[in-house]
Write a protein that binds this ligand. Structure first.
Ligand code: NDP
Length: 240
């Protein structure tokens, strides 16, 4: 039977490309989203992928929804923690709401979504957890103290969880994309974006499909010896 993969924020942008790539690789995919029903329904129509609406920053909602998905679709063997948001602003002007929304969605979700699924993976002696961090969690980014902190936290979480679960057939890895052509990057002012692209040695933004292909590898049986890693995929913009 096909393995089940859950992709949070899986209905648009990078997450949509990950959902499609995993489906093409033979997984039964469930794509989560927050509230954009129009996009989610169009995605469902286009791909035939099941969509599930819940807020990844809400632990109680996640627990309830994930139990429902596992009982109707099957045990989730592959988890891609991809959902994320930005609420940019320099720190000296940042509100607590900006801070909290970004930390809860990008980092709090690591607990809210992974915690209800980890024991099932441990019982089955198999799991693949892929956490989407960011270049800006590695190098820091002015105007993104909240986002940089959350995405750096994702890397620490990945390393600890990898160690705890290595003997249980579960791998836990992070992907740190550079600038990828999605709605999130479209929100960056044009002049700022030109400056960013000029600093990318490959000379272009990344494609969401390039992250999807990496997820297919990390989810595979062949990737069993790779755990605790942070894979940078950024066109050479920041070489760690
Ligand atoms: P988009 O803004 O294009 O899509 C975000 C997705 O996440 C949507 O499906 C959205 O759902 C969902 N989402 C947002 N908040 C929640 C929530 N609270 N609960 C459930 N789902 C939620 O983002 P990208 O595709 O650009 O980014 C995907 C990931 O990659 C993020 O973690 C981002 O930080 C990271 N990243 C992106 C980079 C880029 O250049 N684009 C670079 C590095 C990292 P809905 O449609 O309902 O709003």
């Amino acid at each position: 039977m096909a393995r089940v993969a859950l992709v949070t924020g899986g209905t648009r942008g990078i997450g949509a490309a990950i959902s499609k790539a995993l489906k093409a690789a033979g997984y039964t995919v469930v794509a989560n989203y927050a509230g954009n029903d129009e996009k989610a329904n169009a995605f469902k129509e286009e791909t035939g992928i099941t969509v599930a609406k819940f807020d990844v920053s809400d632990p109680a909602a996640c627990e309830e929804k994930l139990a429902g998905i596992e009982s109707s679709v099957g045990p989730i063997d592959v988890l891609v923690n991809n959902a994320g948001i930005t609420r940019d602003g320099t720190f000296h002007r940042m509100t607590y709401e900006q801070w909290k929304a970004v930390v809860d969605t990008n980092l709090g979700s690591m607990f809210a979504v992974t915690r209800p699924l980890i024991n099932g993976m441990r019982d089955r002696n198999f799991g693949r957890i892929i956490n989407i961090s960011s270049i800006n969690g590695q190098k820091g980014q002015m105007g993104q103290a909240n986002y940089s902190a959350a995405k750096a936290g994702v890397i620490g979480f990945t390393k600890a969880l990898a160690q705890e679960n290595a003997r249980k057939g579960i791998t836990v890895n992070a992907i740190a994309p550079g600038y990828i052509d999605t709605d999130m990057v479209a929100a960056v002012p044009e002049k700022v974006l030109e400056g960013i692209v000029s600093g990318i040695p490959v000379g272009r933004l990344g494609k969401a499909e390039e992250i999807g292909a990496l997820c297919v590898y990390l989810a595979s049986d062949e990737a069993a010896f790779m755990t605790g890693a942070t894979l940078t995929i950024n066109g050479g913009q920041y070489i760690t």
